[in-house]
Design a protein around this ligand. Structure first.
Ligand SMILES: Nc1nc2c(ncn2[C@@H]2O[C@H](COP(=O)(O)OP(=O)(O)OP(=O)(O)O)[C@@H](O)[C@H]2O)c(=O)[nH]1
Ligand SMILES: [Mg+2]
Length: 220
């Protein structure tokens, strides 16, 4: 992916705030402080497009960023941090559930996990939501610079077991070394390309109108 421009479009909590238009969207979800905003910054080659912080709970709104006039990257508020104010916590669930279930141009969600931690219930719930709403997940295991090779293998097994995932599902990443950046873009590219294809019609379900259309010959 060649990123030419990235622009902050807007923030919001509900559908009325979402950007207009139908650009495909890739959203980033995960625990507070896991590194969602840092991952977005690395992907678009910017140090501070998205504010990052060592204080968990920094991102509390849904933030929309447009890349190359072609698609949006969406930074979602993190979950699982005890010290977030109660009203913010109460609003989180309906805000996320509405976005994930209603946003028709959402083509995939990058779910970010910390290589050093056992996934929490909210991580599992997020993966279940994605499955329930038929949103393809891209699972990224981040902060890999913080562990040794041995520990990476050990922690991967714990994460796969807890999340019910296979080795091929995990994308290793580090915002420091930028390891994994290209692989994550490849996965995002594949989802964007799939979304750009016309919808597949099941055999035998074509309407009368479709059936009457003469097949066109392919020319080059
Ligand atoms: N060593 C290391 N630190 C990282 C990495 N990714 C993020 N961090 C650090 O982790 C902290 C949190 O990063 P953010 O990107 O703000 O995390 P977030 O998930 O957006 O957090 P919230 O918006 O609060 O939910 C910051 O201090 C980052 O510098 C990484 O790959 N390696
Ligand atoms: Mg953030």
């Amino acid at each position: 992916m060649i990123v030419k421009t990235t622009e902050f479009i807007k923030s919001g909590t509900k559908p009325a705030h979402y950007p207009e238009g139908d650009l495909p969207e890739i959203a980033f979800a995960g625990r507070s402080n896991v590194g969602k905003s840092s991952l977005i910054n690395v992907l678009v080659n910017r140090k501070n497009l998205v504010r990052t912080s060592s204080t968990p709970g920094r991102t509390q709104l849904i933030n929309f960023f447009q890349v190359n006039q072609d698609f949006m990257l969406v930074d979602l508020p993190g979950y699982g941090y005890a010290k977030v104010p109660l009203d913010v916590k109460r609003n989180w669930r309906p805000m996320m559930e509405t976005y994930l279930s209603k946003r028709e141009n959402l083509v995939g969600v990058v779910l970010i996990l910390d290589i050093r931690r056992v996934p929490v219930d909210e991580d599992l719930q997020m993966l279940e939501w994605l499955r329930a709403f038929s949103i393809p997940p891209i699972v990224v295991v981040t902060k890999c610079d913080k562990v040794s090779k041995n520990e990476r293998a050990k922690q991967s097994a714990v994460i796969m077991q807890r999340m019910g995932l296979d080795k091929g599902d995990l994308n290793y990443f580090s915002a420091l070394s930028k390891e994994g950046k290209e692989g994550i873009w490849d996965r995002i590219d594949a989802l964007l390309a799939k979304a750009a294809l016309p919808p597949v019609t099941e055999p035998g379900t074509a309407s009368q109108e479709d059936a009457s259309v003469e097949p066109k010959e392919l020319t080059d």
